[in-house]
Design a binder for this molecule. Sequence first.
Ligand code: MN
Length: 185
Amino acid sequence: MSLRDYVRKRRFDRTPEPPADTVQRDRTHTPIFVVQLHEARTRHYDFRLEVDGVLKSWAVPKGPSLRPADKRLAIEVEDHPLAYATFHGEIPPGQYGAGHVEIFDHGRYLPEGDPGENLRAGKLAFELRGKHLRGGWLLLRTQMDGDARHWLLIKHDDAHAGNLEADDFAVSPKKSMRHRTRTSK
Ligand code: MN
């Protein structure tokens, strides 16, 4: 049901992205998260949390930061199917979100309380158990610019905080291509 926008925006005969699935996972398992680096027209990270059988999704223009003082804008976008958690590759030119997608981090996450209810209320605290992103985090809906889709993604000040952000781990294909050009011959 909530994947209607996901399906409406895409042509599955033209994009390698997964079609909407109807997997109903049992609610007692530890849910997953994934962060994808998306080299679309505007480079951003996509932050996704499994909630009630779908991936709730936010586009984070500057990417997650391990600095608790960095409040990263996270723009809520359409729910994605769970199968999207393993997607990486090229969305062809002319298709929605055209550009390179790679997985930056993934793993399990532990929500505080009921994540669906808390997201509807505009505030979700959770623990990430990824490779780069770990420890406590907070998603907070703002009324910034009067847009209800605008959230802040904030690292909790704990042992997993640090003076690093996603770009310090991820090397974009464009950057590595420049690097190759510079070092060739
Ligand atoms: Mn994206």
